[in-house]
Design a protein around this ligand. Structure first.
Ligand code: SAM
Ligand code: SF4
Ligand code: FES
Length: 354
């Protein structure tokens, strides 16, 4: 006879190891069983990461993209989208304005935009570090090893590159001009260069099976990521997947909860995408294993143009308002905003300053 849900949860809490079949069983749970999963993940989060919630200020600095991912509103074939780029001084000013709001980390994110050559990005990273003392996460997509190395040497701490789906056939179907092999290689290169590596996946992609979702979690565990961003796929009307169904809140929460059991010391964000399909989405994630939020600190005038999916939250808000709002959410859960840099708690990153 197979194990029941409580036995599987107990094994995961005690050992951090599960078979694919066990992961699928957890992802199939509902009602009281799912509630037990969320409670166990919340307990592991509290034991391993405490009640601190780390804030990462997200700067969406360019919505130009040379790729054509079939799910994303920034894809190059979306010709009606007005495009923008922030120059170096503007990025510095946006980051500087985030410091008095209490941010210690900024995430620089964009489409894949070669307008920003390697030297320009290195200069931005260097200045953010030197002039503002910020911890830097980059999320610029796939670039080559020399570029990743230059940015690491310039002071970048972390790199966020979601694997999106570990189902190689689905990956190819969603990314007409990209390969699963290169995605994996990019993540291994980032790991080898000493970045704190963030990866992650979307939940509810068309054709994505429970087996594939279990593979996503086991892939993140095998890569031993320092951060795992797991959010629902939200269909965008301006993409080929306009009529697809999209991910559910429940399945996304189960994915986050199992991720917490498999990766007890990873940072897990309560994603904006989850907050966009459910007003309480981020609160639910924070009580199902998540311990990070990435509030938007992009100036208001650009936000509507970075609409990767519809009904994205905070489009009419500004950085100060979002910071206030998130502070309220965190306090309402009896948690507190972390005041440290929020590096990975793994031993190999424990000596980092900033
Ligand atoms: N271009 C970089 C990259 O792809 O890594 C960073 C920017 S990209 C907009 C950031 C993330 O947005 C992707 O990793 C993807 O998971 C997410 N995303 C794009 N379209 C989405 C959609 N329709 N629903 C949910 N997430 C989406
Ligand atoms: Fe470009 Fe990233 Fe969107 Fe793909 S997911 S189209 S790489 S911005
Ligand atoms: Fe932006 Fe709540 S986080 S308004």
């Amino acid at each position: 006879m197979g194990k029941n849900i409580n036995e599987i949860i107990e094994q995961a809490v005690n050992t951090g190891r599960l078979t694919k079949t066990d992961v699928v069983t957890l992802l199939s749970s509902s009602g009281e069983d799912a509630a037990a999963l969320f409670a166990a993940a919340d307990g592991v989060r509290k034991n391993q990461m405490g009640d601190d919630v780390h804030l990462r200020g997200l700067i969406e600095f360019s919505n130009y993209c040379e790729r054509n991912c079939t799910y994303c509103g920034l894809r190059s074939s979306h010709k009606d989208l007005a495009r923008y780029r922030m120059e170096e001084e503007e990025i510095l000013a946006v980051a500087a304005a985030a410091v008095p709001l209490g941010y210690r980390t900024v995430v620089l994110q964009s489409g894949e935009d070669s307008y920003y050559d390697a030297q320009t990005v290195a200069s931005i990273v260097h200045r953010l570090k030197k002039e503002l003392g910020l911890v830097i996460t980059l999320s610029l997509g796939e670039r080559n090893r020399d570029e990743y190395k230059l940015w690491k040497d310039a002071g970048a701490d972390r790199y966020l590159l979601k694997h999106e789906t570990a189902d190689a056939d689905l990956y190819v179907a969603l990314h007409p001009d990209m390969t699963w092999e290169r995605r994996k290689q990019s993540l291994l290169t980032l790991r080898e260069l000493g970045y704190q590596v963030g990866s992650g996946c979307m939940v509810g992609l068309p054709g994505q099976t429970l087996d594939a979702l279990a593979e996503d979690l086991l892939f993140l565990q095998a890569l031993d990521v320092e951060m795992a961003g797991i959010g629902p796929f939200v269909p965008n009307p301006h993409t080929p997947l306009a009529k697809a169904e999209g991910g559910t809140v429940e399945m996304t929460l189960k994915m986050i909860a199992v991720a917490r059991l498999l990766l007890p010391k990873a940072h897990l964000p309560a994603t904006t995408a989850l907050g966009s399909i459910d007003k309480q989405g981020r609160q639910k994630a924070l009580t199902s294993g998540a311990n990070v939020v990435m509030p938007n600190i992009t100036p208001n005038r650009y936000r509507r143009m970075y609409e990767i999916y519809p009904n994205k939250i905070c489009l009419d808000d500004n950085p100060a308002h979002c910071r206030n709002c998130i502070g309220g959410i965190i306090a309402s859960l009896g948690r507190h905003v972390a005041d440290g840099p929020g590096h990975s708690p793994k031993d190999c990153f424990s000596g980092l300053a900033g």
